[in-house]
Structures are given as structure tokens and as C-alpha cells.
Design a protein around this ligand. Structure first.
Ligand SMILES: [Zn+2]
Length: 140
């Protein structure tokens, strides 16, 4: 009988340690998982656990395919610039990544927009507002 009490105390200590080393916001779940299921293994799982993504209402979480940086783009946006690698990416209305935007990266787009050789008269109709007015909808 004494061995079960000893094991119960060990598991309770492990649950407390797992709650201590778990990332912020995940302490209760690691305490309960360790206490009821994992035992001493729960401390290791809690130590390597990653924090949950922040809850950002009204934003899509999109991972850049080029540099793997997560970013939170406002819902309704159709394209955005990656905050890390500055690549312009297109998304659909459901937040799914469609790929890189037309042309090169946005740095090249800025250089092309700043050069005076492209005039409104020489640009095709309907393309002038799309190329000149940049619709940047990033959070940061
Ligand atoms: Zn990127």
C-alpha cells in the first residue's frame, strides 16, 4: 500500500514540475496530463512544448513559403509583403496562399514604381491603379 502512495506523490511532484516548465498558457493542461497519464515523462514533454499561437481575431495566420516566417494578415486582404523576406504574396478570400504576386519581390516593385519612365498614358487601361496603388495589408 505504501508503494502506491509513494508513486502517487512522485507523480504529483512531476505534475507540479511539468506545470512549472510548460510554456505560458499551457501549465494547466500539462499539470493534468502529467498527473493522470504521463507521469515523469510529462516533465520532458512540457520542457520541449512550444507555446500556442496567439489568438488574433480578424487575422489569418500565414507562413511564408520562402522564409517560413509566420505572419498575421488581416482578413479580406488579397496580398501582403512578408515582414522578414519582403516577398509579396497573394492569398484568396479564405486565407489560402496562392503564391508569389505578379512580378518580382516588392523591393523591385517599389523601384519600378519610383522610376518615372512608366506613365499613365503608356500603361494599359485597368492596370494603372493596380500597379500604382499598393494594397499592403500586413499587421506589422
Ligand atoms: Zn518571407
Amino acid at each position: 500500500m505504501g508503494i502506491y502512495i509513494f508513486i502517487g506523490v512522485i507523480w504529483l511532484i512531476c505534475a507540479a514540475v511539468a506545470a512549472g516548465v510548460a510554456p505560458r498558457g499551457r501549465q494547466p493542461e500539462f499539470f493534468l496530463l502529467t498527473l493522470f497519464f504521463l507521469g515523469p515523462l510529462g516533465v520532458g514533454f512540457a520542457a520541449v512544448a512550444v507555446p500556442r499561437d496567439p489568438d488574433t481575431p480578424g487575422r489569418w495566420r500565414i507562413v511564408c513559403p520562402r522564409c517560413v516566417a509566420a505572419q498575421y494578415v488581416r482578413m479580406g486582404a488579397h496580398e501582403f509583403d512578408c515582414w522578414r523576406c519582403d516577398q509579396r504574396l497573394r492569398i484568396d478570400e479564405y486565407g489560402r496562399l496562392l503564391g508569389p504576386s505578379d512580378g518580382a519581390a516588392s523591393k523591385n516593385a517599389v523601384q519600378a514604381a519610383s522610376t518615372p519612365k512608366v506613365t499613365a498614358a503608356s500603361a494599359p487601361v485597368g492596370k494603372t491603379t493596380k500597379s500604382n496603388a499598393r494594397n499592403v495589408n500586413t499587421l506589422w
